[in-house]
Design a protein. Structure first.
Length: 179
């Protein structure tokens, strides 16, 4: 990695353990948001947002989120807030040189305003800081709008995971971006 680029990224991420993401104000499509790491106190908001997005289905329990947020290393859970209200978040975990996006969701009323794209870009910076070779995620085969966003971000299809989702046995598309 170019030294200057690495220095630039270190403005965003501190490499002390546990890795911290400094709280910052960010402008996305002309609107100012607060971006910060999610904490256990945010779990109710995360859960509510997930309910909005998935029609009251919850892929993860509150306990799963709390467990994830308490893991100190190799993960980033990042939220975008306006007036203390969580409007979007992304989660990722690093393992074996891959940064896996575990969740990404934006409040329905705020979708198509660039929040999802911004959150994925932040994960990419995080993945580069961890010297990952790739980023990956799974997405429902029916979720064409999310797939469009991921392809625009440089993800490509790797394989289909059959009967991947417990609720509907829907297949997942396994997508990867090589860094
Ligand atoms: C997938 C998801 C996270 C994307 O977040 P988002 O904030 O809507 O994403 P963005 O706004 O960055 O981009 C999405 C779309 O908005 C469009 N868009 C973004 N900014 C725009 C603008 N200023 N003007 C017009 N269109 C714009 C993008 O072109 C894209 O359009 P397309 O899907 O029709 O191609 C969000 O839609 C979501 O929460 N979906 C439900 C949960 C989900 O499916 N999660 C993913 C599971 S793998």
């Amino acid at each position: 990695m170019l030294k200057k680029f690495k220095e630039f990224l270190q403005l965003f991420f501190s490499t002390r353990e546990p890795l911290t993401y400094p709280e910052q104000q960010v402008t996305i499509h002309g609107q100012l948001y607060l971006a910060r790491q999610l904490e256990v106190v945010d779990v109710d908001q995360v859960f509510a947002l997930e309910g909005d997005v998935y029609f009251n289905e919850h892929p993860w329990t509150r306990g799963t989120y709390i467990h994830e947020l308490r893991q100190s290393k190799s993960k980033l859970y990042l939220g975008l807030f306006l007036d203390s209200q969580l409007l979007g978040f992304v989660g990722c975990r690093v393992a074996s040189g891959d940064c896996h996006i575990t969740n990404v969701a934006v409040k329905p009323a705020l979708q198509s305003n660039g929040l999802g794209s911004w959150l994925i870009d932040e994960v990419e910076k995080f993945a580069i800081m961890w010297q990952c070779e790739s980023m990956s995620l799974e997405v429902r085969v029916s979720n064409l709008s999310a797939q469009r966003l991921y392809r625009r971000k440089g993800f490509v299809s790797r394989k289909v995971k059959y009967n991947y989702y417990d609720d509907s046995a829907e297949d997942a598309l396994d997508m990867v971006k090589y860094l």
